[in-house]
Design a protein around this ligand. Structure first.
Ligand code: AMP
Ligand code: TRP
Length: 338
């Protein structure tokens, strides 16, 4: 039997990038051997921002296909679409009735995302989004949630909500999950190659600094070659020093993450930016190309992907229904007469 339960999610909208792979998805692939893993394409979360219905449909299938191409094996994990399991939205309501307005207002991601358009334009779903995310997690009694560093605060909130709910309604209703974040400098926070002070993101920052998982190898090479580095100071400018040299340090972190060594070890091998960038580009392409090749194969059979998602939703739904009933009972929602 499995030692632990895992749940994680990724939004289908926007182009998936190297940060998603190194911060989250490659850990999902490793975990499926040891844990009982549920992975969810969070299409409901995508509704917090504007989007075209046809594009949303296509994006959900593309993301599921890409996750399979990246190594998720439907025999070893449960992959499903969030909207296929109605309990996510139902559980989110229970957690909205657990969270306080003040604590949701403090969420950095909400503050960042509303900074431009203002509160007037922000959808209420963007505000309550962390409750839906917490619902995704507690529904599966997840012990571990593999995510990038940007989700740390949402995970902390999830723990608080689970504990508060348990304190009110019974000690064992929800499992309190642990965030599983890669160590610093090992993919936890992959930075935009043009703006080393900003994380690589599907929705913000210079597109030239984002390495898309579907990018052509030529584009990847060009983006890495043009990555912002710092002043070429002295005979050995290739040093790992995130505070003083954020540009080159983030390149060193990337190559170190791909090679499974420390950034200082990588820095020792180079004295110039050019060769470092050439090797980094080659390592990124070597990681991404096999994923793209599998994607092109899987893409030919979208029905297969749809079936994987349907079977996943069947398995996920059974677990989610039991947890939701337990939570309904705990708060005092009367079950229908049998
Ligand atoms: P999202 O693209 O926001 O749906 O994120 C999916 C997963 O990728 C989450 O676990 C994020 O924490 C992770 N992630 C997103 N951007 C980065 C990044 N720049 N570096 C590391 N992990 C990331
Ligand atoms: N909020 C996460 C992000 O933007 C995606 C997400 C939704 C998630 N539900 C989740 C991640 C549950 C882990 C567990 O990256």
């Amino acid at each position: 039997m499995h030692q632990y339960r895992v749940l994680s999610g990724i939004q289908p909208t926007g182009e998936p990038h190297l940060g998603n792979l190194l911060g989250a998805v490659r850990w999902w692939v490793t975990d499926q051997r040891e844990g009982d893993c549920f992975y969810c394409v969070v299409d409901l979360h995508g509704l917090t921002v504007a989007g075209d219905p046809a594009e949303r449909r296509a994006a959900s299938i593309t993301m599921a296909t890409l996750l399979l191409a990246a190594g998720l094996d439907p025999e070893s994990c449960t992959l499903f679409l969030q909207s296929h399991v109605a309990e996510h939205a139902q559980m989110a309501w229970l957690l909205e009735c657990t969270a306080s307005f003040g604590e949701l207002r403090r969420m950095t991601q909400f503050k960042d995302k509303t900074a431009k358009g203002g509160e007037e334009a922000a959808r209420v779903g963007l505000f309550t989004y962390p409750c839906l995310m917490a619902a995704d997690i507690v529904l599966y009694d997840a012990d571990r949630v593999p995510v990038g560093d940007d989700q740390r605060q949402h995970l902390e909130l999830t723990r608080n909500l689970a504990q508060r709910f348990n304190a009110r309604y019974g000690p064992d209703v929800f499992v309190v999950p642990d965030a599983q974040i890669p160590p610093p400098g090992r993919g936890a926070r992959v930075m935009n190659l043009q703006e080393p002070d900003r994380k690589m993101s599907k929705s913000a920052g210079s597109p030239q600094g984002v390495i898309g998982l579907m990018d052509d190898p030529k584009d990847i090479e060009r983006k890495v070659r043009r990555a912002v580095t710092d002043a070429d100071d002295g005979p050995d400018p290739v040093r790992y020093d995130p505070a003083a040299k954020p540009g080159v340090s983030s390149l060193l972190e990337l190559l170190a993450t791909l090679e499974g060594v420390g950034p200082d070890d990588v820095a020792d091998r180079y004295t110039r930016y050019g060769p470092l960038k050439a090797d980094l580009a080659a390592a990124v392409v070597a990681t991404i190309e096999p994923i793209q090749a599998r994607f092109r194969e899987l893409e030919k059979d979208p029905d297969h992907v749809r079936r994987v998602l349907r079977d996943g939703a069947d398995k996920a739904g059974a677990v989610a229904a039991a947890t939701l009933r337990r939570a309904y009972d705990a708060v005092g929602l009367l079950p229908p007469a049998g």
